[in-house]
Write a protein that binds this ligand. Structure first.
Ligand code: COS
Length: 380
């Protein structure tokens, strides 16, 4: 067993950490306040060659592994959660299903623009009545000549305003009384396709979260991903990879909050000594450090299993669940250590806590992760 990062992974970590410190962190407070999407940062990330990081070079990717993807997501999220979720969703939800389930023509047409940063990646699963119950999809697609005609609504869709196309789920028929769900690639400029960007969110304010409205949207049948009826499983498999991204985001945000709390505890004096000299602060800092270390190891383990081609659903759920819960706890504790200052925007830890909360909800709530884990260990 070897816990060292490879030379390549260390280089990626160093490059993205420096980039995040210089280019991403400085505007994070302002972007959160103004709800301003960091488009310029994504143009720079495309220039750095990381928009297709874990995909083969023949499709414009960098041929790196999932651990490297987790490292980039962690480092971006350490500087700005909104930037982290945009990147994570682009790779693991937008590009991954096209790489995993697309044929070569689809990969060339759709994966290359994603990997080269010409389009952001998005994924259309969640609907007003299909969240945790992903199979409750109501969006429908019926065939007419060589086309699918799609009708329905999607909600809470990350990145869609900046995507030129996205894969979404739609019911294409029924099999033994069960909905047959398929995944279809839909261009976002198709007639009848409306993207609404109007949510007032608690956090991740600089990320793009949208509603999709599809009214008789026509797409060619060649836009089907894989075969009809495979969409539900394709999307669950995609979410397994996405959960590694959410775990990595949580580690990044928790790390940032920890660093703020540690620095402040050495600066701030009360009752004649630094907060860091009080045992109660030391215990808090020690618990934070331990939990972050454990969460990061869990993220790397799930990523490593995925890279080895081994089953990783359970570990992906475990790392997502654990990392998001400790992230919530650590960001809250960081505010506590900073006291009144922690409650103020400019000290940033309150943004981190608001951003952290989504990680217990998106890409499968904590309750769904516990269901997946219980099934995987043979409880159900
Ligand atoms: N990868 C591939 N296939 C999977 C899978 C996975 N991770 N998990 C389940 N499947 C398969 C099952 O094997 C089953 O196949 P068969 O019909 O051939 O037996 C099929 O998918 C249906 O599985 P199941 O009956 O378990 O589906 P359920 O509707 O009971 O739901 C959960 C399973 C709860 C795990 C699923 O709905 C889920 O993950 N929900 C959360 C969705 C989510 O994260 N939403 C937020 C999206 S934010 S982008």
């Amino acid at each position: 067993m070897n816990f060292d990062l490879s030379q390549e992974q260390m280089m990626i970590k160093k490059t993205i950490r420096e980039f995040a410190q210089e280019e991403v962190a400085p505007g994070a407070v302002e972007r959160d306040r103004d709800k301003k999407f960091p488009l310029d940062i994504f143009n720079q990330l495309a220039n750095l060659g990381v928009m297709g990081l874990p995909f083969p070079e023949q499709y414009g990717g960098a041929g790196a592994d999932t651990i490297s993807f987790a490292i980039v997501t962690e480092e971006l999220s350490r500087a700005c959660g909104s930037t982290g979720i945009t990147y994570s969703a682009h790779i693991s939800l937008g590009a991954a299903p096209i790489y995993l389930f697309g044929n070569d023509t689809q990969r060339i047409k759709y994966l290359i623009p994603l990997c080269t940063g010409k389009s952001l990646g998005a994924f259309g699963l969640t609907e007003p009545n299909a969240g945790s119950d992903a199979g409750g999809t109501n969006t429908s697609a019926y065939k007419k000549k060589n086309e699918y005609i799609i009708n329905g609504n999607k909600c809470f869709i990350t990145n869609a305003s900046f995507a030129k196309f996205l894969a979404l789920t739609a019911v294409t028929g029924k099999k033994k009384e069960k909905k047959e769900i398929s995944a279809i690639i839909v261009p976002t400029d198709a007639k009848g396709f409306t993207i609404v960007n109007q949510y007032e969110k608690m956090g991740l304010n600089a990320s793009n979260t949208t509603e999709l409205i599809l009214e008789d949207v026509e797409v060619p049948q060649e836009n089907l991903l894989g075969k009809e009826g495979e969409g539900f499983k394709q999307f669950l498999q995609t979410l397994d990879g996405g959960r590694i991204g959410i775990g990595a985001m949580a580690v990044g945000i928790a790390q940032a909050a920890f660093e703020k709390a540690l620095a402040y505890s050495k600066e701030r004096k009360q009752f004649g000594k630094q907060l860091a000299k009080f045992q109660i602060t030391q215990f808090k800092i020690a618990d934070m450090a331990m939990k972050i270390e454990l969460a990061r190891n869990m993220v790397y383990k799930a990523a490593w299993l995925k890279d080895q081609g081994k089953p990783f659903s359970k570990e992906a759920s475990m790392c997502k669940l654990y990392a998001s819960e400790i992230c919530m706890e650590i960001t809250s504790q960081a505010i506590q250590i900073l006291g009144g200052y922690g409650y103020m925007r400019e000290y940033e830890v309150e943004r981190m806590m608001r951003d952290a909360k989504l990680l217990e909800i998106g890409e499968g709530t904590s309750e769904i992760q516990r269901m997946v884990i219980a099934r995987e260990v043979g409880c159900i």
